[in-house]
Ligand binder design. Sequence first.
Ligand code: HEM
Length: 537
Amino acid sequence: MFEPTTTFLCDIYLLNHVSLIALGVLLLLLFGMSRKSKNIKGTSLNGPISPSFLFGYYRQLTESEDDAAMYEEWAKAYGPAYVVPGGFGTKNIVICDPRANAHFYSKETFGYVQTKLARIFIENLMGRGLLWSEGESHRRQRKALSPAFSNAAIRRLTPVFYDAAYKMTGAWNNAINAGSGQAIIDVQIWMNRISLDSIGIAGFGHDFHALDGQESAIVQVLESFSDEDTSILSRLVFFLGPVLPILQKLPTEQNRTVVKMKKTMRVIADELLERNRKAKDGQAMAEEKSIIGLLIKAESTSSSLAMSQEEILAQNVLLLAGYETTSSKADWALIELCRQPDKQRKLREELAQFTTSDPTFDQLSATLPYLDAVVQEVLRLHSPVTQNTRVAAEDDVIPFTNPVTTATGETITRLVIPKGASVLSPISYMNRAETYWGSNAREFQPERWLEKDACKCAEEIQGYKHILTFSDGPRICLGKSFALTEFKAVLSVMIRRYSFELPDGPDTKITKHPSILPRPKLSTVSGPKLYLKVKAV
Ligand code: HEM
């Protein structure tokens, strides 16, 4: 979902040279460039020469419209394992091989752990919840949370997604009627609102009323990462806050918003705890369906998984997970379907059978092959998380399917990784490389998911249906079923009711807007705006 590595920080913060140097110097002072404890010597690998000591390839990778193409070019030049320079002379070992990735992900949270910066970012924003934790603590929290994400739980939550989608259609219909059958709508803002209200209600039993136009501290905080006006001081203070807590008291704009957000979350958590207390006292209450509500209920009846109250409340990381990832998926689906109107029509035809009711959870999951193929293809081509960087917590040996040529010219199939080394799984490359997906790997072709054997080579890749968009292993996205159901429900409502066009036709240029995760936007407007021509069908 999000991987705030140093690469990623550049992405979030649009750092100019001066601020990056300042940030770098401070971070180096605080953490050192720890590549500690080299018990064994790692395999020396080939790779591109660093274009800059300060930045390595960070800027090129984060500013590129297609980082998968850069990884692919390097894989062609250096083979399935190579080293890419990061900032301040650091190095990332990139693994472009299915078996190597399967091994890497299988050792998540024990053998490979989050970078220090990623943990600081997550802790500062959301606390010590699932995404922050590693090893045994992660396993315990994950086990406790899992029942709340089961198929049965998501089936019960499906109406929440439809309710949110229909709130949106109410507003869109007004705009379309006022515009004689057509309106120009910034669909991005509506997808964000749907995501926030859905995760608010489904996750916490709380309605943020974003679809009713209510401002929310949560949105302000999350949006502040893409806001070019947020000052460098504000950003430095945010990152160094957990290390020097006094900085969190400084009255910067971002600090104030984070405090506001934490207060909002505290109120929501107190409401949930109060509801649970009343239920225990035998007072009548509505059936609890929310993810965290169910967790609190389960915790008070069984102590076997023993999550502390602090841990339960830190699961507001679900907000970040649910908000940042899901909305950009729906944006990309609409863009791709505008670029190829025949595929938009084909999807509408499949959904036309639902005239009087919406597809149920089971129908969304199993009986709409073209909808499933469209969703799968969007996830393959537009993974919100494009790479996953971890630090080796112990010495390791990574096995490869394809042979690797080392810097000394030796051919090997096992890579020696010393403790402290940084290993990078290039998700976008694995999802789009021609080697696995064929010569049309870069094209949006939902049909590939319907043809038998069309993705034969990719079958070696693990992950969800052979893509790594949801990650893999112990940290594979817990909200996968939630995200897929929400995505399909919202898309089915939109495609059945409206037709969509890009403002300057199918070739309208789309670029990336940097945020916690990059969002698509029209290249001609400033800010993360995605105006589409929307007509009722
Ligand atoms: C299309 C939408 C989504 C995508 C592509 C996605 C992707 C991911 C990825 C790549 C990770 C691994 C992150 C890492 O290792 O650093 C992850 C973890 C996670 N996701 Fe998602 N996610 C999506 C939606 C959601 C939603 C809607 C929720 C919650 C309702 C959610 C909850 C989580 C949680 C709790 C984790 C942490 C799992 C752990 O640490 O064990 N995700 N997601």
